[in-house]
Write a protein that binds this ligand. Structure first.
Ligand code: GAP
Length: 488
């Protein structure tokens, strides 16, 4: 019987089989940064490919984009990140460890999760019962203080014109900043979306659980622009669409759920937000956010219109964001530079935005956890990853049973031919049973073995990862057979 997955088992398999390594490991590692190894990069690329295909290529109402990570600092002033994107933290007076206030628990383990900055209690009195997660001292905290989450960097070599920039904390703003470019250069008509995948950076106070919460991560985001009044309908559409994406890629339905945000935990830009949560094998309650779907209203485009109106102040204050206040919105903001003209209705408006925002690393972890299985086979433990074929890093492994009688040559030929269509792995070393087990651990759906019978009747053994069933297929049919099974 399959046993309950532990995160440690996943971490150890990832290291052992070259999925994920600690960054800079030879120098002792860099906290919360990870590198994807040979199997990991294939898996992560497949997750991105599956997202891009379903969300962009298979739809006629979403187009793609790839923005730069570094953007004009006014983007972050207008979006609110420069002033508001901070966590409230408190420092333990005994051991000096800083912890997010919403991650502090009392002795009974009770958290006050999801407390937005504006409504959080901001004095140490509110933390009298809280326990320092580092040294265990109770109630010895400084007053909570905001900690900015954006990483800063400098652009330019000359002191006079060098500029402080931020590494983007979300990919979304690149989409808003290009909204007009896309409308003007393509034939998109509202309702339509713009999607992109890319790296984001947040100087998280507390990182968590392997690749779940890191300081550098990848996001896959869609900003779906629609007419005000139709936003609820699109919000429900994207909720269902994104939930089904995970299910169609093999995540068990019972491990997924929706969690609507309470009004007091909504981000400053959102009218409504729902998380798709996955039952991860860690954390206080197991259920953790995988993706957020938010109704951002017309907040961002309106803010960028205000940002555009404030550019003179930016020059006058030599780019010091702290000295700048965004100019009030023009009275006829509905007709501003980022508005949209609906030709059919002959009316101009600022579109509302529904935003499905997924984490690529976090979904990759969910796919790994959900696919992981251990079972007893003839008194031995078999570890396997039951990846859906679309996500499996290697689609088929090709083996000669022994290294003689021309078997390696036939196996090489089959492998070279199949490689034109999907990823394959050739292996001739060790006992056949061990070779199968290695591929089970890598999540390879099929193994193809050239054996004695191949020399007689030109058939090969195909072995199915999940059922371990073995059957024969003729060599001239193997390509079609596997392509059909893999659906590629
Ligand atoms: N544009 C909206 C936005 O960025 P978010 O809820 O902050 O919303 C969206 O992030 C998704 O990005 C999360 O659901 C999660 O999957 C991923 N994510 C956010 N912070 C992350 C981190 N520090 N490490 C890994 N993934 C993260």
């Amino acid at each position: 019987m399959a046993k309950l997955t532990k995160l440690d088992d996943i971490v150890s398999l990832c290291k052992r089989r070259g999925f994920i390594f600690q960054s800079s490991e030879i120098y002792g590692g860099l906290a919360s940064c990870y590198d994807y190894g040979p199997l990991g990069v294939e898996l992560k690329n497949n997750v991105k490919r599956a997202w891009w295909r379903a969300s962009i290529n298979m739809r006629d109402d979403v187009v793609g984009l790839d923005c730069s990570i570094l953007m004009h600092p006014m983007v972050w002033k207008a979006s609110g990140h420069a002033d508001k994107f901070a966590d409230l933290i408190a420092e333990c007076k005994k051991c000096n460890t800083r912890t997010r206030v919403d991650h502090l628990a009392d002795k009974a383990g009770k958290h006050t999760e999801h407390v937005p900055l504006d409504t959080a209690q901001k004095d140490a009195q509110s933390l009298v019962n809280k326990v320092c997660p580092s040294c265990g001292t109770i109630g010895q905290f400084t007053d909570p203080m905001p900690f900015r989450l954006m990483f800063e960097t400098k652009m330019g070599a000359n002191v006079d014109d060098s500029m402080t920039l931020f590494l983007r904390p979300e990919t979304a703003q690149g989409i808003f900043a290009n909204f007009k470019n896309v409308v003007d250069s393509t034939r998109v008509k509202i309702p339509f979306g713009i999607g992109q995948i890319g790296k984001s950076f947040r100087n998280e106070v507390t990182t968590k659980a392997f690749i779940f919460r890191t300081r550098e991560f990848e996001q896959a985001e869609i900003e779906f622009f629609c007419e005000p009044g139709t936003d609820e309908e699109w919000y429900n559409h994207w909720k269902e669409f994104r939930f089904n994406w995970y299910v169609n890629l093999g995540i068990k339905k019972e491990n997924l759920r929706f969690r609507e945000h309470d009004p007091d935990e909504l981000a400053h830009y959102a009218k409504g937000c729902v998380d798709i949560e996955y039952k991860f094998p860690f954390g206080s309650g197991d259920w953790q956010e995988l993706e957020g779907i938010a109704n951002r209203t017309n907040f961002d485009l309106r803010q960028h219109q205000r940002g555009m109106r404030t550019m003179n102040d930016w020059y006058e204050n030599k780019g010091d964001l702290g000295k700048i206040t965004l100019k009030a919105e023009a009275e006829d903001y509905e007709k501003g530079p980022l508005s949209y003209f609906d030709e059919q209705q002959k009316k101009r408006f600022i579109p509302y935005v529904i935003e499905p925002s997924a984490g690529i690393d976090r979904s990759t972890l969910a796919f790994l956890v959900d696919a992981y299985d251990e079972e007893e086979v003839k008194g031995e433990t078999r570890n396997l990853l039951r990846f859906s074929p679309a996500l499996a890093p290697t689609k088929a492994a090709i083996f000669p049973l022994v290294k003689k009688d021309g078997m390696p040559e036939i196996a090489h030929n089959i492998c070279d031919d199949l490689r034109k269509y999907f990823t394959c792995f050739y292996d001739e070393k060790g006992a056949i049973g061990r070779r199968y087990r290695r591929q089970d651990e890598a999540g390879t759906p099929f193994c193809v073995t050239v054996d004695g019978q191949t020399l007689e009747d030109k058939t090969v053994t195909v072995r199915d990862r999940d059922s371990m069933e073995q059957y024969r297929v003729s060599t001239d049919q193997i390509k079609n057979h596997l392509r059909e099974k893999l659906d590629i």
